[in-house]
Ligand binder design. Structure first.
Ligand code: FES
Length: 136
């Protein structure tokens, strides 16, 4: 039960929004070798071009990977200003470089800053035979 002094946590995204975005890659699309992603670290992947570019990123933590749309729930901006810069200094949280909102790596929940209590939209990813791919 939610306390009257605490805002209700917004529902977790259903996980299918990414498929409705323009230029969304097909489930099963290979993104590349896991070894191309720093550990811990993150890497951006884009599909298409121009205003309808589909941008997502994959975060690596050991053998675990987590994928998200590169859209901050605060202003709908990309989270990164530099290539593959999606994390805080000690690489324990995801960070939007626009207004420094921070999100948990494992589920994309906003824990601090301008997007606190909001969610990143997930893109389901997995590692098979050392290759990161979108879950098919
Ligand atoms: S656009 Fe990401 S915190 Fe404002």
């Amino acid at each position: 039960m939610t306390s009257p002094n605490q805002p209700a946590r917004p529902p977790r995204p259903d996980g299918s929004y990414w498929r409705m975005r323009p230029r969304a890659p097909m489930p099963g699309t290979e993104l590349g070798p896991l070894s191309d992603i720093a550990d811990p670290g993150a890497k951006e992947f884009t599909f298409g071009g121009g205003k309808s570019t589909f941008s997502m990123f994959v975060v690596r933590r050991g053998d675990e990977v987590f994928g998200y749309l590169n859209i901050c729930p605060h202003y709908s901006s990309p989270l990164n200003a530099r290539a593959d810069a999606f994390m805080n200094e000690d690489r324990t949280l995801l960070r939007c470089t626009m207004h420094f909102a921070e999100f948990r790596i494992e589920d994309g929940f906003g824990v601090a800053g301008a997007a606190e209590n909001c969610w990143l939209d997930p893109v389901p990813v997995e590692v098979r035979d050392g290759v990161v791919r979108i879950v098919g």
